[in-house]
Design a binder for this molecule. Structure first.
Ligand SMILES: *Cc1c(COP(=O)(O)O)cnc(C)c1O
Length: 224
């Protein structure tokens, strides 16, 4: 694709997001985070040039190298991967705009310790395993609210902003929808959360229909 074709291609994705969000409400704003984990800095730059500002990575090392390499651009960086305890310091060195994948109280406690030592706070989402899949990280939906409240109480340097979830891995749209609805119900019940991050390349319209206000698009934004 040349730049003009790429622009039309991205405009079409944005149009799909627009249609989906307006069906919910004209006031329902949806933020697109471009997940660049399989993409080069050149590809990130191309997407920046057609207007994208928020990017996300799932490996601390990649987040570090790409954000460093692109530090002259006014980008916003998210971390969406599994964070190992021995990588917390590396993540905090980068100081991302949003850590979307806090997935246990143990990790929260470790993170709190390191944040306190550095006298910094971190905007964070609690990851919920709404589809209850073995292969996925995140807290179980039944205990999500209790854990969220516990982190709010015990980890003052973790600024919880809401929840993140990956839709059920299924061909059945009804099953995926159920997982999104469950995540959204938890988000609503929290009352003080502002971000409901769900929806990826294959299911973002359904996620928006279920109330998502942050979608994480990887493969669709970076066509190979
Ligand atoms: C890779 C990834 C995405 C994007 O996936 P696509 O299907 O390529 O859009 C979104 N969220 C997380 C947590 C990811 O790891």
């Amino acid at each position: 694709m040349n730049i003009e074709e790429y622009k039309l291609y991205i405009d079409n994705i944005i149009r799909r997001v627009e249609f989906a969000r307006v069906r919910v409400s004209g006031h329902h704003i949806v933020k697109i985070v471009a997940i660049s984990k399989y993409s080069t800095t050149e590809e990130i730059e191309a997407l920046y040039k057609v207007g994208q500002r928020a990017f996300g990575e799932n490996k601390v090392q990649d987040l570090k190298s790409k954000s460093n390499e692109l530090e002259d651009l006014p980008l916003e960086w998210h971390f969406v991967g599994n964070l190992q305890k021995n990588k917390i310091n590396n993540l905090l060195d980068i100081n991302p705009d949003l850590f979307q994948s806090l997935d246990s109280i143990e990790l929260a406690n470790e993170l709190q310790k390191k944040l306190h030592e550095r006298d910094m706070t971190l905007d964070t989402l609690l990851q919920i395993n709404s589809a209850k899949e073995e292969s996925k990280h995140g807290v179980m939906p039944e205990v999500a609210i209790d854990i969220y409240r516990k982190i709010q109480k015990e980890c003052p340097n973790i600024s919880l902003r809401g929840v993140m979830s990956i839709g059920a891995h299924s061909e059945d749209k009804a099953v995926i929808k159920k997982s999104f609805e469950l995540t959204h119900a938890i988000y609503k019940e929290l009352g003080d959360a502002s971000i409901c991050s769900m929806g990826m390349s294959g299911d973002f319209e359904l996620a928006i229909e279920c109330g998502s206000n942050m979608i994480r698009l990887g493969s669709i934004l970076f066509p190979k």
